[in-house]
Structure formats: C-alpha cells, structure tokens
Design a protein around this ligand. Sequence first.
Ligand code: B3K
Ligand code: ZN
Length: 875
Amino acid sequence: SPAIYRKDYTPPSYWVRTVQMGFDLDPSATRVATRITLERNAASNEKVVVLYGEEVELVQIRLNGKALSKRDYSVKAGVLRIPVALNAITLDIETLIRPDKNTSLMGLYVSNGNFFTQCEAEGFRKITYFPDRPDVMAKYTVMLRADKKKYPVLLSNGNLIEEGDLGDGRHYALWEDPFKKPSYLFALVAGQLVCQQETIKLKSGRDALLQVWVEDGNLDKTQHAMDSLINSIRWDEERFGLELDLDRFMIVAVGDFNMGAMENKGLNIFNTKYVLANPRIATDVDYANIEAVVGHEYFHNWTGNRVTCRDWFQLSLKEGLTVFRDQEFSADMVGTESGRAVKRIDDVRVLRQAQFPEDAGPMAHPVRPDSFVEISNFYTVTIYEKGSEVVRMYQTLLGRDGFRKGMDLYFKRHDGQAVECDDFRAAMSAANGRDLTQFERWYSQAGTPRVTAQTFYDAASKTYDITLSQSCPATPGQAKKLSFHIPVAVGLLDSSGKDMTLKLDGEVAAIGTVVLELTSAQQTFRFTEVNEKPVPSMLRNFSAPVVLEYDYSEDELAFLMAHDSDPFNRWEAGQRLATRRLLALTSASQQSDALSVDPALSDSLRATLNDAQLDPAFRETVLTLPAETVIAEQMDVIDPQAIHTARRFLRHSLAQALRADFLAAYKANQTGSAYSPDATSSGKRALKNLALSYIAELDDADAHALAQAQYDSANNMTDRMASLSALANSHAPGKVAALARFYSEFEQEPLVIDKWFSLQAMARTIDVAAVRKLMQHKAFSIKNPNRARSLIFSFCNGNPSRFHALDGSGYVFWAEQVIALDAINPQVAARLARSLDRWRKYAPELQEKMHAALKQVAAAKLSKDTKEVVTKSLA
Ligand code: B3K
Ligand code: ZN
C-alpha cells in the first residue's frame, strides 16, 4: 500500500451539507440508505465527487434522483468517483453490509448480540460510500429500524426526535444531531441495554440528561462512570468555561472494542474496561482510569468535535490537547499538591516506558507526522502522550492564564471548523503576544531531545552559571535536527535545602522556580547574588519531554530526595540513584560478577518510606524502582535477562534491608472495611501493597502467610490482586489454590478474568508453553481484544525477561499470534506487531531470532496495518 503524505493535502471537491441515513438493522444483512446533499467547493478545481467505501456492497446510487449506471462513475481501490460539475447535488446511496462477519470492529459490528459502530478514523466507509475525511462536516439525521424484541434500545448521535412501532415486531427511532460533524464521529448502538440516568443543571441553567448504558446485570457498576461524567462536565465549565452543548449525553459500554473509548458526538462508546466498576471487580487503578477516560472522551466534545482536525496528520491537535486536559482534570480531582505530583509522575512514567522507546525506534514519527500508510497505526503514545507534553509546554511558557487566553481565542477563531496544529499554536501566540515560531519544531521533528547541563559557581563574584546544551538523535527520514524551544524549569537549593530567591543577571526572576528558555544549541544562564554553592533542581515537574543529563553527585541526589520543594524532582532524584545502581548491577550480571549494592540507596529510601509527613501515594512512587523497559532505554545493547536479574536483586536487597520498615508501613496503611477509591485511601493501599510486594521478594514462610492472609480477607479488588500477584510470583503453598479460587469466584466477570490471564502472563515463572496452555482455557478467545491483550500482549510486552527467552520461543509465538490476529483484527494485530520493532537494540543472538520472526510475519499475507509495522521494523 502506498504512503499518504501531508504535503499532498487538497481540499475536498464537494462539501457535504446534510446526511440522512436509514438503517434496517440485521446482523447478516443490514441495509443502509443514505441521502447526502453536497455543494461544490469553490476553492477546488476538481470536477468530481469522491466517495470512499470498504467492504460494502453498493446496491444503488442516484444523483439528483436519477439512478447511475456503472458507466457514470468509476470504483478503484475503494474510491468511487463521479465526474460532475454541478454546484448542488443530492446523492442517494444504498449499501448492504454484514455486521456479524465484521471482526475488525471498525464500521458497524455485532458484540454479544448488540450492534455498535466505530468510525474513527476511517470506519464510516465500511457503512456506506461517503467523503469520509475529517474536513467534511455535515448535519446528520438518522433513522434506525430493527426488531423490537432483539433490539429494544436504538441510539444515535444528538437528540431523539421520534420513536414508535412499525408493525410486524419492528420499531424505529429517529435521531438528529444539531451540530455538524465529520463522519468519524457518527455512531449508532442497538440492542438489549439498560441505563443509569440522571438530569443535571448546566452552568447556564439548561438541563442535561446523562445516561450510562450497559448490558443487563451491570447496573451495579455504573455509578463511578456517572460520577466521573458529572465531574468532567463541572470541570470543563470551571477551568475552560466550556459547557455541554447537547440536551443529552450518553455513554455506552461494549465488551468488544479495539481501543479505550470513542468520543462520538453525544454518544460516547466505551470499552467496558473504562466504564464498569465496583469494589468487587475494579482496582484503584481501574477507578482512576475510568475517571480519566470518561473525562477524556467528554473533553473531546470541544477539543475534537466542535473544533476538529483538517486531516489525520493533525490527529494530535485533538488527542494531545485532550490528553493534556484529562491529565489536568485527574490532577485537579485529587487536589493536593502531592496528589498532583503523583499524577504527574504516573504520566511521565508512561512517557518514559512507552513513548521514549517509540521515539528511538523505527516507528518514530513527529507529533504531526508527514506520512503514513495506515492511519490506525498512528494512534500512538507520540501523538497522545508526547502531544500532551507539547500542549503542557505552552502552559509552562505562558502560564495558566495565558494558556486559557489561548484556548479562548482558539475556540473563538475555529469553532465549527476542521483545522491544523499550526492554528492552535497561532492562537496561543496571538492571545499572548508571544513569538512561538520555533516552537513549531516540536510538531515537525521526531526524537527525544537530550539536554545536557553544566554548572559553575564562582564564589568571588557570587554567580552561578547553568549552561544548557541540546541535541536530538536522528530518526527515520530526519537525520539532522534544528534546535527546539525548550522550557527548563529550574530551582536552586541552599545548604539548608530551601529554595533560593533567583536573580538572573541582576533581575529578580522568581522566589523558587524560574523557567529558562533554551532555544539555541547551547546557552548559559547566569544567576547572580548567589551566596553559596547551590544544588540545582532542573526540569522541575518535568517541564519538557527531554532527557536531562547532569553529573549529579550521589550526595546531591540524596539531598534533593530529602529536600527538593518540587515533589517531581524529589522523586526523580531517587530514580536517578536507583538507575545508577540498576545499570551497575546489570553490567555486573552480564560479567557474571557477584552482585552487591551499597547501603546509601536503602538509607535514602528508608528515610522516605518512614517519613510520615509525606503522602503514602507519593512514598509509593519513590519506593518503586524504574521499570525494566526504562532501564533498557539507557543501554546501548538491551539485555533483558541481565536487567531482570539486576532489578530483582535490588528489590530483594531492599526487602532484606528494609523488612521491618516495610512491615511497619504495611500495618500503618490499612484502609479498613469500607472501600473508597479516593486518593487518600488508594494511596494507602498503594504503599501497603508495595510493601507487601517487597516482603514477598523474600519468598519465605512469613511472606507467604502475609500474602495469603491478605488474599483471604480482601474486601476489594486492589488488595485481592496485590496479594494474588505476590502469591503467583512466589513459591507459596497456597498459590495454585488461590489462582483457582479467584477464577471460580469471578468466572462471570469478563474484566476480572482478563486480570487473571494478565497476572499469569506477567508472572516470573511463565514460559511460552504455559501461555499456550492458557490459550486453550475455555475462557480464552483471541477474537475479543481485551482477552487477547490480557494474555498475549501481557506476555509479549509486559514480561520482557520471559518473552525474550534465549531460545527464541517468545518470538516464534509472537509471529504465530501476529499472523493469526491479523486475519481477525488488523488493528489489534498491528499493535502486537510493534513488540519486536526495536529488535536492532538487542544482542546479536537475540537479534537474529527476532529478525527471523519478523521475516516470517512479513512473508505472510497481511493487512496494510501490520504490513506497515513490519516493513518499517525491517527497514
Ligand atoms: N479518538 C479515539 C480513537 C479511536 C481510534 C480508533 N482507530 C479515542 C480517543 O482518543 O478518545
Ligand atoms: Zn482522544
């Protein structure tokens, strides 16, 4: 398949003004009648209507009432062209589709007997021929007809206009969306569903009906999603002055879904994983994720739907911005400074574990890509998470008020339009009178910039110089990079650990933190009237998505860990200390040297663990060692076995050194019998369960008893999973029984059975044979994306040392699964295909085996999704 280039964008030849659709829903033969009114685009020279269609049977097409014959149009590779030069036309298109055969879960499909749609990015063309591109925005009216018994609930975007019976057991519902939208935001849902609903008053005084739709039997799991929706609505009113623009807002949960959720106008469709929760089935992390995803989809109503993307290269315009908004929402929901820091740390962890590797691999792409083969492959951590960091940098540079001004201007200028990332930057710039020309490079250049700092204190003149230099590694298609505009937030600590008042070249710059703007390859910033040699705290709150290199002494890092007023950097100092140990241990393990670790790290960690002034949630982040994938990023040649050995050794050593402290923390952070997922309680549970996981490293009878006792008495899924995981990774006598009991207790809860598979796939002792055996389990199905992810992805992506087994068995398994999945669901397969994309970073013996597996996949008959990934991996 050929690549599509951003530079080739041309405006559509025709605009669509209105769309009227009629669906006769039937799993094996759904008839779709679509009437589209179009208007010639004066700005286009093309005298042709261009419609896209995929896997649809075209029954009939009429232009201004007259049936077209095959001679009146051409169809090639899914593109239907009708030569016509009229200013206004009406097209009637009838198509026939088979939702029950749709395993790609794009377009209209059946899940557990009900109908659902997923149209972003290019799924609408699997329903009917249409100018399926995001810059074509139209008003939709949708008539749904179906058997009343089988499909009592009929939903689509916007407002319900009319419903009634049709006779012979069928009924209908007519929906109208008052806002124009691109086709990717179209949705319909039909089937046997029930809802929790609530009417709320919006800020302007209008009423809005909120509904959460689920399958029968799940109504006891919708309250948290409803609460999260209401909180999201309130937050957007407060923080950005943005109100819900509809009278009705619906969330629907579906068990078969490719991603997390979808922001269809007024009818958000969610993976059940991001809706259903109660203490019995959901962990604290699930609760937090549901809040974030409900927020994310709701916030899209303005950032994505009211203002959308001109083309798919601009995807981060809506995704980066909306992730930033959901991150800020979650942080505000916690409220405390330390809670905000924990959220920030979590977000940066995702960036480092997933986005930094992507940015350094063969799929690296700019936040605004220049080309793609399959757009579905570009719903990436770069577009989402790095995109969010880019948006965050505006706020760091302009301040919260300046950022808000920019947002206001963005909506004032572009409401109802499909625009580009440049338009967002222009609004931020114009609203604040700031030149943001150079900032554009964050959108156009891929790769993670390195910022190196050097410092010099001159006691005689009392000046302190920070010299920052930047560079950025080459990425595919981009050998040389130009300098980025990088905000580097800096504080200086005096010898008592307090923030100094900062003067830059004689001017008072800040009491605690100043944002230095690095725009050249190298710049020196001079602080004056610095009375003693400070300890610098740099890149506070992770002010830019870069790697900061500075030659900190061990003492300085311990000092920052103990004193930095910036909680993010307190955490960061601990991570730097731990990373040094882990890299040294990894290398010792590679040389087969005896492993040992000095007490300095455990002393610092003990101080944090026992510091009752600090929030438990924050202490948990400090005591958590960098992930194996984060260590891997710091090595020239990745050695998964050595990294794993090193990390386990360090955890075991810490468990030995801090056993009594962990036990004390375990006892001090019990949360009692009434479960609540609030930040304080979940923070306590996080610390308590981290303590349990360290103690479990010791794998002795006391540790087993502790885990078993917690398992036996757990009254919520967080505690249950933590103890089951401790047991599953140990030699505890009760391990097999606990896994069996867990299964039988939760057999009826698919989301919990996903956890059961996932926990085993990530266990230390598992191997490919055991994964294959689990695939034979009656509860396993490769067709359900959540289930496939819970077992196959958890093993391939979440268990590096087992997946990268020296015999190459993991890669053979991977190739088989990619090929099998590709025939069912290309999007899911292409995600799995990414697991080997960094094969060149590994030792030759592993590389060779990975290469063979990649070649095997590449030789198979593949979707363009998976083909693009393996082709780029092998390039
Ligand atoms: N916008 C959707 C993405 C769906 C894409 C599917 N190929 C989810 C989100 O970001 O909210
Ligand atoms: Zn999104």
